[in-house]
Design a protein around this ligand. Structure first.
Ligand code: HEC
Length: 297
C-alpha cells in the first residue's frame, strides 16, 4: 500500500495522470544517443539540441509544450522520419537512444530501465506536462454575430522615421548602421557594436528568420535606422524591420524574356533613395520609404 502511494505521488508531481506511465530510459542509452546526435542531427538542430538554422529546437519550453501529454510513441515515430529524406535509415535501437537523449535534455530523470523500442510499449508512456488547450478542448464559440473587432495596434514602422543618408553619415556612420558595402570608406568591414562579445556570443539565438529566393544571394545587406535593405536573388529588393524581420516593402524587377538573373553584390543608399543595379543592366532609384521607382535608366 505504502509503496503504491509513493509511486502515485511521483506520477502526479511529474505531471502524468493516473494510469499513464512516465517515460523511462537509462543514462548510458542517452549518452549513446548523444554520439549519434552529434553526427546525424546536430547540423540542423544545433550542437546542444537548442535549434539551428535548419531545424527547430529539440529541448526547451516550446518543445516540451508541443509534446506535453503526447504518447512517447508519437515522438518516436517523428524521430524515425529523421533525418529528412532518410526516414528509418537507422535501427530502432538507435532511434530510441535519440529519444532518450531528448528526454534527458528536457529534464526527465533517468532510471535503470532502457526506453523500449517497440511502439506498443511506447504508446503506454506519456510525455509529462499538460496538453496545451487546442481547438479540441477549447470551449470558445467565436464572435457574436455582427461584432466588429477593432484594428489591432500597428507596430511602429522604422521607415516612418528613417533619416536621409548624407555625406557626413557615409563618412562617419552611426554604430548601428551599415551604409555601404564594407561599411566605411576604408573598407574595413568592422562593426564597432560591442554588445555581442567573446564571452556571450555562445548565447546568441534566433530572433527571426526569413527565406530569400533560392539562388546566389551574395549582396551585402545595408542597414540604416533600424531597416535592413537586401538585394535578394532574381532582382528582388526587400526592406525589412531589423528588429522583427517584418517586410516593409518589396521591389521585384520583371526581367525581359531571355535575360537570366545575375548575382548581385551590393546596393547603394544616398539621400532618400536606394540605388539598385538590375540583371537587364538598368540602374533604378527606389524611394527608401516606399520602394516605389523614382527613376529607371
Ligand atoms: C537536414 C536537417 C535535419 C536533420 C539532419 C535532422 N532534422 Fe529533425 N527536423 C528538421 C526539420 C526542418 C524539422 C521540422 C519539420 C519536420 O518536422 O519535418 C525537424 C523536426 C524534428 C523533430 C520534431 C520536432 C518538433 O517538436 O516538432 C524531431 C524530434 C527531430 N526533428 C529529430 C531529429 C533527430 C533525432 C535527428 C537526427 C537523427 C534529426 N532530427 C535530423 C531538420 C533536420
Amino acid at each position: 500500500m505504502i509503496s503504491k502511494g509513493i509511486v502515485l505521488t511521483a506520477l502526479m508531481t511529474s505531471g502524468a495522470e493516473f494510469g499513464q506511465v512516465i517515460p523511462v530510459y537509462d543514462p548510458a542509452q542517452a549518452e549513446r544517443g548523444r554520439s549519434t546526435y552529434a553526427v546525424t542531427c546536430a547540423a540542423c538542430h544545433g550542437p546542444d539540441l537548442g535549434g539551428g538554422q535548419f531545424g527547430p529546437p529539440l529541448k526547451g519550453v516550446n518543445f516540451r509544450q508541443r509534446w506535453a501529454a503526447q504518447p512517447v510513441a508519437d515522438l518516436f515515430e517523428q524521430v524515425r522520419t529523421m533525418p529528412p529524406g532518410q526516414a528509418r535509415s537507422m535501427t530502432d535501437t538507435g532511434y530510441a537512444e535519440l529519444v532518450a537523449l531528448m528526454l534527458a535534455e528536457n529534464g526527465m530523470a533517468a532510471g535503470q530501465q532502457a526506453l523500449p523500442t517497440d511502439v506498443a510499449s511506447l504508446r503506454t508512456m506519456v510525455m509529462p506536462g499538460k496538453a496545451a488547450p487546442g481547438p479540441r478542448q477549447s470551449a470558445g464559440g467565436g464572435l457574436t454575430h455582427g461584432y466588429k473587432l477593432p484594428f489591432w495596434p500597428q507596430p511602429p514602422n522604422p521607415l516612418d522615421t528613417i533619416s536621409p543618408v548624407t555625406d557626413a553619415l557615409l563618412t562617419n556612420p552611426p554604430e548601428g548602421d551599415w551604409l555601404q558595402w564594407r561599411r566605411t570608406w576604408d573598407a574595413k568591414a568592422f562593426s564597432p557594436l560591442d554588445q555581442v562579445n567573446r564571452s556571450n556570443v555562445k548565447d546568441l539565438g534566433v530572433a527571426w528568420s526569413l527565406a530569400l529566393p533560392p539562388g546566389p544571394n551574395a549582396a551585402t545587406p545595408l542597414v540604416h535606422d533600424g531597416v535592413i535593405f537586401v538585394h535578394a536573388f532574381r532582382d528582388n529588393v526587400l526592406a525589412l524591420d531589423a528588429a522583427t524581420g517584418a517586410q516593409l516593402w518589396q521591389y521585384s524587377r520583371q526581367l525581359p524574356e531571355g535575360v537570366a538573373p545575375s548575382v548581385k553584390r551590393n546596393l547603394a543608399l544616398y539621400g532618400d533613395k536606394l540605388y539598385v543595379g538590375t540583371s537587364d543592366a538598368h540602374l533604378v532609384a527606389l524611394d527608401v520609404k516606399t520602394g516605389a521607382v523614382v527613376w529607371d535608366k
